[in-house]
Write a protein that binds this ligand. Structure first.
Ligand code: NAD
Length: 485
Protein backbone atom coordinates (compact mmCIF):
# COMPACT_ATOMS: atom_id res chain seq x y z
CA UNK A 1 0.00 0.00 0.00
CA UNK A 2 1.69 3.24 -1.10
CA UNK A 3 -1.47 5.34 -1.32
CA UNK A 4 -3.29 6.62 1.70
CA UNK A 5 -6.33 4.42 2.46
CA UNK A 6 -9.58 6.21 1.54
CA UNK A 7 -10.87 5.56 5.04
CA UNK A 8 -8.61 8.22 6.59
CA UNK A 9 -10.53 11.38 7.43
CA UNK A 10 -8.95 14.77 6.73
CA UNK A 11 -11.39 17.13 8.47
CA UNK A 12 -11.59 18.50 11.99
CA UNK A 13 -13.56 16.35 14.42
CA UNK A 14 -15.58 18.58 16.73
CA UNK A 15 -18.71 17.69 18.69
CA UNK A 16 -19.17 14.46 16.74
CA UNK A 17 -19.01 16.22 13.35
CA UNK A 18 -16.33 15.99 10.69
CA UNK A 19 -15.93 19.39 9.17
CA UNK A 20 -13.72 21.87 7.33
CA UNK A 21 -11.74 24.51 9.14
CA UNK A 22 -13.39 27.92 9.48
CA UNK A 23 -12.38 29.75 6.29
CA UNK A 24 -11.57 26.42 4.60
CA UNK A 25 -7.80 26.45 5.20
CA UNK A 26 -5.91 23.18 4.68
CA UNK A 27 -2.31 22.04 4.92
CA UNK A 28 -0.33 19.31 3.17
CA UNK A 29 0.88 16.17 4.92
CA UNK A 30 4.00 14.73 3.28
CA UNK A 31 5.46 11.27 3.00
CA UNK A 32 9.00 11.73 4.37
CA UNK A 33 10.24 8.77 2.30
CA UNK A 34 9.39 10.51 -0.97
CA UNK A 35 8.55 14.15 -0.25
CA UNK A 36 5.17 13.54 -1.95
CA UNK A 37 1.97 15.03 -0.58
CA UNK A 38 -0.25 12.36 0.97
CA UNK A 39 -3.27 14.47 1.87
CA UNK A 40 -4.60 17.95 2.51
CA UNK A 41 -5.86 18.25 6.08
CA UNK A 42 -8.17 20.89 7.56
CA UNK A 43 -6.10 23.54 9.35
CA UNK A 44 -7.91 24.52 12.56
CA UNK A 45 -8.18 28.23 13.35
CA UNK A 46 -8.40 29.75 16.85
CA UNK A 47 -12.21 29.78 16.41
CA UNK A 48 -12.12 26.04 15.67
CA UNK A 49 -9.99 25.48 18.76
CA UNK A 50 -12.60 27.27 20.85
CA UNK A 51 -15.41 25.29 19.17
CA UNK A 52 -13.60 22.09 20.19
CA UNK A 53 -13.45 23.26 23.80
CA UNK A 54 -17.15 24.22 23.61
CA UNK A 55 -17.92 20.65 22.50
CA UNK A 56 -15.71 19.08 25.17
CA UNK A 57 -17.21 21.27 27.89
CA UNK A 58 -20.76 20.50 26.73
CA UNK A 59 -20.12 16.74 26.86
CA UNK A 60 -18.20 16.78 30.16
CA UNK A 61 -20.97 16.43 32.71
CA UNK A 62 -22.74 13.54 31.02
CA UNK A 63 -19.48 11.73 30.30
CA UNK A 64 -18.39 12.08 33.93
CA UNK A 65 -21.72 10.56 34.99
CA UNK A 66 -21.50 7.72 32.47
CA UNK A 67 -20.93 4.48 34.38
CA UNK A 68 -17.24 3.57 34.68
CA UNK A 69 -18.09 0.14 33.23
CA UNK A 70 -19.62 1.80 30.15
CA UNK A 71 -16.60 4.09 29.74
CA UNK A 72 -14.35 1.05 30.09
CA UNK A 73 -16.31 -0.97 27.57
CA UNK A 74 -16.11 1.79 25.00
CA UNK A 75 -12.33 1.83 25.47
CA UNK A 76 -12.27 -1.95 25.17
CA UNK A 77 -14.28 -1.71 21.94
CA UNK A 78 -11.72 0.85 20.75
CA UNK A 79 -8.94 -1.62 21.52
CA UNK A 80 -10.69 -4.36 19.52
CA UNK A 81 -11.40 -2.04 16.58
CA UNK A 82 -7.86 -0.60 16.36
CA UNK A 83 -6.43 -4.12 16.63
CA UNK A 84 -8.76 -5.43 13.91
CA UNK A 85 -7.60 -2.60 11.64
CA UNK A 86 -3.92 -2.89 12.55
CA UNK A 87 -2.72 -3.14 8.95
CA UNK A 88 -4.56 0.00 7.94
CA UNK A 89 -3.21 1.94 10.94
CA UNK A 90 0.31 0.64 10.30
CA UNK A 91 0.23 1.71 6.66
CA UNK A 92 -1.07 5.20 7.47
CA UNK A 93 1.57 5.63 10.17
CA UNK A 94 4.41 4.48 7.94
CA UNK A 95 3.25 6.71 5.11
CA UNK A 96 3.03 9.88 7.18
CA UNK A 97 5.85 9.28 9.66
CA UNK A 98 8.29 7.03 7.80
CA UNK A 99 9.03 4.20 10.24
CA UNK A 100 9.28 0.65 8.83
CA UNK A 101 5.98 -1.24 8.63
CA UNK A 102 7.12 -3.80 11.21
CA UNK A 103 7.67 -0.96 13.71
CA UNK A 104 4.33 0.63 12.83
CA UNK A 105 2.66 -2.72 13.56
CA UNK A 106 4.50 -2.73 16.87
CA UNK A 107 3.22 0.75 17.64
CA UNK A 108 -0.35 -0.23 16.78
CA UNK A 109 -0.12 -3.09 19.29
CA UNK A 110 1.50 -0.82 21.91
CA UNK A 111 -0.88 2.08 21.24
CA UNK A 112 -3.99 -0.13 21.30
CA UNK A 113 -2.85 -1.65 24.59
CA UNK A 114 -3.37 1.71 26.34
CA UNK A 115 -7.05 1.42 25.38
CA UNK A 116 -7.26 -2.07 26.88
CA UNK A 117 -5.24 -1.18 29.98
CA UNK A 118 -7.35 1.87 30.79
CA UNK A 119 -10.59 0.01 29.95
CA UNK A 120 -9.61 -2.10 32.96
CA UNK A 121 -8.56 0.88 35.10
CA UNK A 122 -11.85 2.76 34.53
CA UNK A 123 -13.58 0.55 37.12
CA UNK A 124 -10.75 0.79 39.67
CA UNK A 125 -11.06 4.42 40.73
CA UNK A 126 -11.13 4.16 44.51
CA UNK A 127 -11.56 6.46 47.47
CA UNK A 128 -11.48 5.78 51.22
CA UNK A 129 -13.48 6.21 54.40
CA UNK A 130 -11.85 6.43 57.80
CA UNK A 131 -12.23 7.75 61.31
CA UNK A 132 -10.29 10.90 62.17
CA UNK A 133 -7.41 10.25 64.61
CA UNK A 134 -9.40 11.66 67.53
CA UNK A 135 -12.25 9.25 66.70
CA UNK A 136 -14.84 12.02 66.36
CA UNK A 137 -15.35 12.96 62.72
CA UNK A 138 -15.31 10.76 59.64
CA UNK A 139 -13.14 11.36 56.59
CA UNK A 140 -14.47 10.48 53.15
CA UNK A 141 -12.04 10.82 50.24
CA UNK A 142 -13.22 10.38 46.68
CA UNK A 143 -11.96 10.99 43.16
CA UNK A 144 -13.62 12.83 40.36
CA UNK A 145 -12.58 13.70 36.81
CA UNK A 146 -10.46 16.83 36.37
CA UNK A 147 -12.64 18.00 33.50
CA UNK A 148 -12.05 19.02 29.88
CA UNK A 149 -8.45 18.33 28.96
CA UNK A 150 -6.22 19.59 26.15
CA UNK A 151 -3.92 16.85 24.82
CA UNK A 152 -1.00 17.93 22.64
CA UNK A 153 1.00 15.18 20.93
CA UNK A 154 4.26 14.93 18.91
CA UNK A 155 4.82 13.43 15.45
CA UNK A 156 7.12 10.51 16.34
CA UNK A 157 4.53 8.01 17.72
CA UNK A 158 1.30 9.22 16.11
CA UNK A 159 -0.98 6.54 17.56
CA UNK A 160 0.59 5.67 20.92
CA UNK A 161 1.08 9.26 22.06
CA UNK A 162 -2.64 9.88 21.41
CA UNK A 163 -3.96 6.69 23.05
CA UNK A 164 -1.61 7.11 26.05
CA UNK A 165 -3.49 10.35 26.84
CA UNK A 166 -7.00 9.80 25.45
CA UNK A 167 -7.49 6.42 27.15
CA UNK A 168 -6.73 7.48 30.76
CA UNK A 169 -8.63 10.75 30.29
CA UNK A 170 -11.72 8.91 29.04
CA UNK A 171 -11.40 6.24 31.72
CA UNK A 172 -11.32 8.95 34.39
CA UNK A 173 -14.39 10.64 32.91
CA UNK A 174 -12.74 13.58 31.16
CA UNK A 175 -13.59 14.87 27.70
CA UNK A 176 -10.69 15.90 25.48
CA UNK A 177 -9.44 18.20 22.75
CA UNK A 178 -6.55 16.53 20.92
CA UNK A 179 -4.08 18.59 18.95
CA UNK A 180 -1.87 16.20 16.97
CA UNK A 181 1.39 17.30 15.36
CA UNK A 182 0.88 18.85 11.94
CA UNK A 183 3.55 16.54 10.48
CA UNK A 184 1.52 13.40 11.31
CA UNK A 185 -2.18 14.14 11.98
CA UNK A 186 -3.66 11.32 9.87
CA UNK A 187 -3.20 8.41 12.29
CA UNK A 188 -4.86 10.40 15.08
CA UNK A 189 -7.76 11.35 12.82
CA UNK A 190 -8.24 7.69 11.86
CA UNK A 191 -8.17 6.79 15.56
CA UNK A 192 -10.88 9.39 16.31
CA UNK A 193 -13.00 7.93 13.51
CA UNK A 194 -12.63 4.41 14.90
CA UNK A 195 -13.65 5.65 18.35
CA UNK A 196 -16.67 7.37 16.80
CA UNK A 197 -17.61 4.11 15.07
CA UNK A 198 -17.47 2.10 18.30
CA UNK A 199 -19.90 4.56 19.86
CA UNK A 200 -17.94 7.13 21.86
CA UNK A 201 -20.47 9.96 22.34
CA UNK A 202 -20.14 13.25 20.44
CA UNK A 203 -17.90 15.79 22.15
CA UNK A 204 -15.94 13.30 24.26
CA UNK A 205 -13.06 13.25 21.75
CA UNK A 206 -12.40 16.31 19.58
CA UNK A 207 -9.42 16.59 17.21
CA UNK A 208 -8.01 19.83 15.83
CA UNK A 209 -4.96 19.49 13.56
CA UNK A 210 -3.41 22.89 12.93
CA UNK A 211 -0.26 24.50 11.60
CA UNK A 212 -0.58 27.40 14.06
CA UNK A 213 -0.49 25.52 17.35
CA UNK A 214 0.17 28.42 19.68
CA UNK A 215 -2.53 30.67 18.22
CA UNK A 216 -5.11 27.87 18.15
CA UNK A 217 -4.55 26.35 21.58
CA UNK A 218 -3.37 29.52 23.39
CA UNK A 219 -6.86 30.97 23.99
CA UNK A 220 -8.00 27.68 25.55
CA UNK A 221 -5.52 28.18 28.38
CA UNK A 222 -7.33 31.37 29.35
CA UNK A 223 -10.76 29.76 29.34
CA UNK A 224 -11.84 28.58 32.79
CA UNK A 225 -13.62 25.56 31.29
CA UNK A 226 -10.26 23.99 30.42
CA UNK A 227 -8.93 22.16 33.50
CA UNK A 228 -5.92 20.25 32.29
CA UNK A 229 -3.18 20.16 29.70
CA UNK A 230 -1.21 17.04 28.91
CA UNK A 231 1.69 17.55 26.55
CA UNK A 232 4.26 15.28 24.94
CA UNK A 233 7.01 17.01 23.00
CA UNK A 234 10.17 19.03 23.42
CA UNK A 235 11.28 20.56 26.70
CA UNK A 236 11.43 23.93 24.95
CA UNK A 237 7.72 23.89 24.06
CA UNK A 238 6.87 22.28 27.42
CA UNK A 239 8.31 25.32 29.21
CA UNK A 240 6.14 27.66 27.13
CA UNK A 241 3.03 25.61 27.92
CA UNK A 242 3.84 25.46 31.64
CA UNK A 243 3.99 29.26 31.68
CA UNK A 244 0.66 29.48 29.86
CA UNK A 245 -0.85 26.91 32.23
CA UNK A 246 0.24 28.99 35.22
CA UNK A 247 -2.27 31.69 34.28
CA UNK A 248 -5.27 29.41 34.87
CA UNK A 249 -3.43 27.21 37.41
CA UNK A 250 -4.15 24.20 35.22
CA UNK A 251 -3.26 20.65 36.09
CA UNK A 252 -0.37 19.64 33.80
CA UNK A 253 1.33 16.47 32.65
CA UNK A 254 4.54 17.03 30.72
CA UNK A 255 6.34 14.26 28.82
CA UNK A 256 9.35 16.15 27.51
CA UNK A 257 12.69 15.51 25.87
CA UNK A 258 15.34 13.02 26.86
CA UNK A 259 19.07 12.47 26.49
CA UNK A 260 19.27 8.84 27.57
CA UNK A 261 22.61 7.49 28.78
CA UNK A 262 23.34 3.86 27.87
CA UNK A 263 25.94 2.42 30.26
CA UNK A 264 27.77 -0.79 29.42
CA UNK A 265 29.85 -2.13 32.32
CA UNK A 266 32.89 -4.38 31.92
CA UNK A 267 30.97 -7.41 33.19
CA UNK A 268 28.09 -7.02 30.71
CA UNK A 269 27.10 -9.69 28.20
CA UNK A 270 28.67 -8.00 25.20
CA UNK A 271 26.36 -9.38 22.51
CA UNK A 272 23.27 -8.61 24.57
CA UNK A 273 24.54 -5.05 25.13
CA UNK A 274 25.16 -4.57 21.40
CA UNK A 275 21.68 -5.87 20.67
CA UNK A 276 20.16 -3.60 23.32
CA UNK A 277 22.04 -0.55 22.05
CA UNK A 278 20.92 -1.29 18.50
CA UNK A 279 17.27 -1.47 19.55
CA UNK A 280 17.43 1.47 21.96
CA UNK A 281 18.98 3.59 19.22
CA UNK A 282 17.58 2.55 15.86
CA UNK A 283 13.96 1.92 16.82
CA UNK A 284 11.92 4.70 15.24
CA UNK A 285 15.10 5.80 13.43
CA UNK A 286 16.42 7.16 16.72
CA UNK A 287 13.47 9.56 16.78
CA UNK A 288 12.24 8.63 20.24
CA UNK A 289 12.45 10.45 23.54
CA UNK A 290 13.68 7.10 24.90
CA UNK A 291 16.39 6.69 22.25
CA UNK A 292 19.83 5.85 23.64
CA UNK A 293 21.54 9.14 23.02
CA UNK A 294 24.87 8.76 24.83
CA UNK A 295 26.58 5.37 24.83
CA UNK A 296 29.18 5.11 27.61
CA UNK A 297 31.18 1.88 27.59
CA UNK A 298 33.73 0.66 30.12
CA UNK A 299 37.13 1.16 28.51
CA UNK A 300 38.00 -2.55 28.92
CA UNK A 301 35.36 -3.56 26.33
CA UNK A 302 34.84 -0.33 24.39
CA UNK A 303 36.64 -1.46 21.24
CA UNK A 304 34.91 -4.81 20.64
CA UNK A 305 31.56 -3.22 21.60
CA UNK A 306 31.98 -0.41 19.05
CA UNK A 307 33.15 -2.79 16.31
CA UNK A 308 30.24 -5.18 16.78
CA UNK A 309 27.70 -2.37 16.94
CA UNK A 310 29.16 -0.64 13.87
CA UNK A 311 29.06 -3.92 11.92
CA UNK A 312 25.38 -4.33 12.79
CA UNK A 313 24.42 -0.70 12.19
CA UNK A 314 26.40 -0.51 8.95
CA UNK A 315 24.41 -3.44 7.51
CA UNK A 316 20.99 -2.01 8.11
CA UNK A 317 18.69 -1.89 5.09
CA UNK A 318 17.64 1.74 4.69
CA UNK A 319 14.63 2.66 2.56
CA UNK A 320 10.97 3.66 2.48
CA UNK A 321 9.28 2.08 5.49
CA UNK A 322 6.46 0.77 3.31
CA UNK A 323 8.85 -1.72 1.61
CA UNK A 324 8.79 -5.05 3.40
CA UNK A 325 12.55 -5.52 3.96
CA UNK A 326 13.30 -1.97 5.21
CA UNK A 327 14.90 -1.81 8.66
CA UNK A 328 15.45 1.97 8.85
CA UNK A 329 13.19 4.59 7.31
CA UNK A 330 13.72 8.30 6.67
CA UNK A 331 13.94 11.00 9.32
CA UNK A 332 10.94 13.28 9.51
CA UNK A 333 11.97 16.28 7.39
CA UNK A 334 14.70 18.40 5.82
CA UNK A 335 15.27 20.33 9.07
CA UNK A 336 15.99 17.07 10.87
CA UNK A 337 18.56 16.09 8.21
CA UNK A 338 20.31 19.45 8.58
CA UNK A 339 20.32 19.27 12.38
CA UNK A 340 21.61 15.68 12.53
CA UNK A 341 24.30 16.40 9.93
CA UNK A 342 25.38 19.40 12.00
CA UNK A 343 25.75 17.27 15.15
CA UNK A 344 27.85 14.66 13.31
CA UNK A 345 30.11 17.30 11.73
CA UNK A 346 30.59 18.98 15.12
CA UNK A 347 31.61 15.62 16.65
CA UNK A 348 34.08 14.96 13.83
CA UNK A 349 35.55 18.46 14.09
CA UNK A 350 36.10 17.98 17.82
CA UNK A 351 38.04 14.70 17.44
CA UNK A 352 35.36 12.01 16.99
CA UNK A 353 36.00 9.20 14.49
CA UNK A 354 33.47 7.61 12.13
CA UNK A 355 33.09 3.84 12.11
CA UNK A 356 30.18 3.87 9.68
CA UNK A 357 27.74 6.30 8.02
CA UNK A 358 28.07 10.04 8.60
CA UNK A 359 25.98 11.86 6.03
CA UNK A 360 22.58 12.32 4.39
CA UNK A 361 21.78 9.99 1.51
CA UNK A 362 21.29 11.10 -2.08
CA UNK A 363 17.92 10.83 -3.80
CA UNK A 364 14.41 11.71 -2.75
CA UNK A 365 13.13 11.58 0.79
CA UNK A 366 14.92 12.46 4.02
CA UNK A 367 17.39 9.67 4.64
CA UNK A 368 20.43 9.79 6.91
CA UNK A 369 23.01 7.00 6.93
CA UNK A 370 22.98 4.96 10.15
CA UNK A 371 26.08 6.26 11.87
CA UNK A 372 28.48 5.15 14.61
CA UNK A 373 31.03 7.57 16.08
CA UNK A 374 33.80 6.73 18.56
CA UNK A 375 36.29 8.84 20.56
CA UNK A 376 33.58 11.43 20.98
CA UNK A 377 34.66 14.16 23.44
CA UNK A 378 32.26 14.40 26.38
CA UNK A 379 31.29 17.98 25.64
CA UNK A 380 30.54 17.37 21.94
CA UNK A 381 27.02 18.55 21.04
CA UNK A 382 26.09 15.04 19.91
CA UNK A 383 26.41 13.91 23.55
CA UNK A 384 24.74 16.92 25.15
CA UNK A 385 21.79 17.49 22.78
CA UNK A 386 18.90 15.22 21.86
CA UNK A 387 19.98 13.69 18.49
CA UNK A 388 16.61 12.39 17.26
CA UNK A 389 18.24 10.47 14.40
CA UNK A 390 20.13 7.23 13.63
CA UNK A 391 23.46 8.34 15.10
CA UNK A 392 25.32 6.42 17.84
CA UNK A 393 28.04 8.39 19.67
CA UNK A 394 30.27 6.22 21.86
CA UNK A 395 32.47 7.47 24.72
CA UNK A 396 34.23 5.55 27.52
CA UNK A 397 34.41 5.49 31.32
CA UNK A 398 36.64 3.72 33.86
CA UNK A 399 34.70 3.53 37.14
CA UNK A 400 31.15 3.20 38.41
CA UNK A 401 31.23 6.65 40.00
CA UNK A 402 32.41 8.16 36.75
CA UNK A 403 29.62 6.40 34.84
CA UNK A 404 27.02 7.75 37.27
CA UNK A 405 28.42 11.27 37.07
CA UNK A 406 28.27 11.09 33.26
CA UNK A 407 24.72 9.76 33.31
CA UNK A 408 23.59 12.51 35.69
CA UNK A 409 25.43 15.29 33.86
CA UNK A 410 22.36 16.35 31.89
CA UNK A 411 19.34 18.56 32.49
CA UNK A 412 17.23 15.62 31.25
CA UNK A 413 16.21 12.53 33.25
CA UNK A 414 13.74 10.45 31.25
CA UNK A 415 15.27 7.01 30.81
CA UNK A 416 18.66 5.41 31.38
CA UNK A 417 19.97 2.04 30.25
CA UNK A 418 22.39 -0.18 32.16
CA UNK A 419 24.04 -3.39 31.01
CA UNK A 420 25.67 -5.39 33.81
CA UNK A 421 25.47 -8.93 35.19
CA UNK A 422 25.90 -7.62 38.75
CA UNK A 423 22.48 -7.33 40.41
CA UNK A 424 23.78 -5.18 43.24
CA UNK A 425 25.27 -2.77 40.75
CA UNK A 426 21.98 -2.58 38.88
CA UNK A 427 20.21 -1.75 42.14
CA UNK A 428 22.78 0.92 42.97
CA UNK A 429 22.11 2.43 39.53
CA UNK A 430 18.37 2.49 40.23
CA UNK A 431 19.09 4.54 43.37
CA UNK A 432 21.81 6.86 42.08
CA UNK A 433 20.94 7.70 38.48
CA UNK A 434 18.58 10.67 38.21
CA UNK A 435 16.00 9.13 35.92
CA UNK A 436 12.28 8.44 35.72
CA UNK A 437 12.89 5.03 34.16
CA UNK A 438 15.79 2.59 34.24
CA UNK A 439 16.22 -0.23 31.74
CA UNK A 440 18.36 -3.08 33.09
CA UNK A 441 19.77 -5.42 30.43
CA UNK A 442 17.04 -4.39 28.01
CA UNK A 443 16.90 -1.98 25.07
CA UNK A 444 13.13 -1.38 25.12
CA UNK A 445 11.02 -1.19 28.30
CA UNK A 446 7.96 0.94 27.43
CA UNK A 447 4.84 -0.84 28.60
CA UNK A 448 1.26 0.41 29.10
CA UNK A 449 1.18 -1.29 32.51
CA UNK A 450 4.20 0.72 33.73
CA UNK A 451 4.49 4.41 34.68
CA UNK A 452 6.23 6.25 31.84
CA UNK A 453 7.78 9.65 32.56
CA UNK A 454 10.81 11.65 33.52
CA UNK A 455 12.46 13.68 36.24
CA UNK A 456 14.40 16.96 35.96
CA UNK A 457 13.62 18.74 32.67
CA UNK A 458 12.19 15.58 31.11
CA UNK A 459 8.83 16.32 32.62
CA UNK A 460 6.13 16.09 35.24
CA UNK A 461 3.67 13.26 35.80
CA UNK A 462 3.39 9.71 34.50
CA UNK A 463 1.50 7.97 31.72
CA UNK A 464 0.44 4.32 31.88
CA UNK A 465 0.45 2.01 34.87
CA UNK A 466 -1.86 2.67 37.78
CA UNK A 467 -0.40 6.19 37.91
CA UNK A 468 -1.71 7.16 34.45
CA UNK A 469 -5.35 7.64 35.39
CA UNK A 470 -4.45 9.74 38.46
CA UNK A 471 -3.28 12.51 36.11
CA UNK A 472 -6.94 13.00 35.15
CA UNK A 473 -8.48 12.73 38.62
CA UNK A 474 -9.04 15.29 41.37
CA UNK A 475 -9.17 14.30 45.02
CA UNK A 476 -12.19 15.49 46.99
CA UNK A 477 -12.27 15.31 50.77
CA UNK A 478 -15.64 15.24 52.53
CA UNK A 479 -15.47 15.80 56.30
CA UNK A 480 -18.42 14.27 58.18
CA UNK A 481 -19.43 15.20 61.72
CA UNK A 482 -19.48 12.65 64.56
CA UNK A 483 -22.05 9.98 63.62
CA UNK A 484 -22.63 9.26 67.36
CA UNK A 485 -23.14 12.80 68.61
P1 NAD B 1 7.50 19.77 19.66
O1 NAD B 1 7.70 20.22 21.06
O2 NAD B 1 8.05 20.61 18.57
O3 NAD B 1 5.95 19.62 19.34
C1 NAD B 1 5.11 18.78 20.10
C2 NAD B 1 3.68 19.21 19.88
O4 NAD B 1 3.49 20.52 20.41
C3 NAD B 1 3.26 19.30 18.43
O5 NAD B 1 1.91 18.89 18.31
C4 NAD B 1 3.39 20.78 18.14
O6 NAD B 1 2.57 21.22 17.09
C5 NAD B 1 2.91 21.35 19.44
N1 NAD B 1 3.31 22.73 19.74
C6 NAD B 1 4.47 23.36 19.42
N2 NAD B 1 4.45 24.64 19.89
C7 NAD B 1 3.25 24.80 20.53
C8 NAD B 1 2.63 25.89 21.22
N3 NAD B 1 3.24 27.06 21.37
N4 NAD B 1 1.39 25.70 21.73
C9 NAD B 1 0.76 24.51 21.61
N5 NAD B 1 1.30 23.45 20.96
C10 NAD B 1 2.53 23.59 20.44
O7 NAD B 1 8.06 18.28 19.60
P2 NAD B 1 8.12 17.29 18.35
O8 NAD B 1 9.21 17.73 17.44
O9 NAD B 1 6.77 17.07 17.77
O10 NAD B 1 8.53 15.93 19.08
C11 NAD B 1 9.83 15.65 19.44
C12 NAD B 1 10.07 15.95 20.92
O11 NAD B 1 9.10 15.24 21.70
C13 NAD B 1 11.40 15.45 21.41
O12 NAD B 1 11.99 16.41 22.27
C14 NAD B 1 11.05 14.18 22.18
O13 NAD B 1 11.98 13.83 23.17
C15 NAD B 1 9.74 14.54 22.75
N6 NAD B 1 8.99 13.34 23.12
C16 NAD B 1 8.84 13.05 24.43
C17 NAD B 1 8.15 11.91 24.81
C18 NAD B 1 7.98 11.57 26.25
O14 NAD B 1 7.09 10.78 26.54
N7 NAD B 1 8.74 12.12 27.17
C19 NAD B 1 7.60 11.05 23.83
C20 NAD B 1 7.78 11.38 22.49
C21 NAD B 1 8.47 12.55 22.15
Amino acid sequence: MTQLPQSVPTGLYIGGQWRDATGGATFAVENPATGEVLAQVADASPADGMAALDAAAAAQEEWARTAPRVRGELLRAGFEAVTARAEEFAAVMTLEMGKPLAESRGEVAYGAEFLRWFSEEAVRIYGRYSAAPDGVNRLLVSKRPVGPSLLITPWNFPLAMATRKVAPAMAAGCTVVVKPAALTPLTTLLFAKVMEEVGVPAGVINVIPTTHSGATTGPLFNDPRLRKVSFTGSTEVGRVLLKQAAEGVLRTSMELGGNAPFLVFGDADLDAAVDGAYNAKLRNGGQACTAANRIYVHSSIAEPFAEKLAARVGNVKVGPGIEADTQLGPVIDEDALTRIGGLVNDALASGGRLLTGGKRMDGKGYFFEPTVLVNVPRDARVLTEEIFGPVVPIATFDSEDEAIALANGSEYGLISYVYTKDLKRALRMSERIETGMLAVNSGVISNPAAPFGGVKQSGLGREGGEEGIEEYLETVYVGIGNPYA
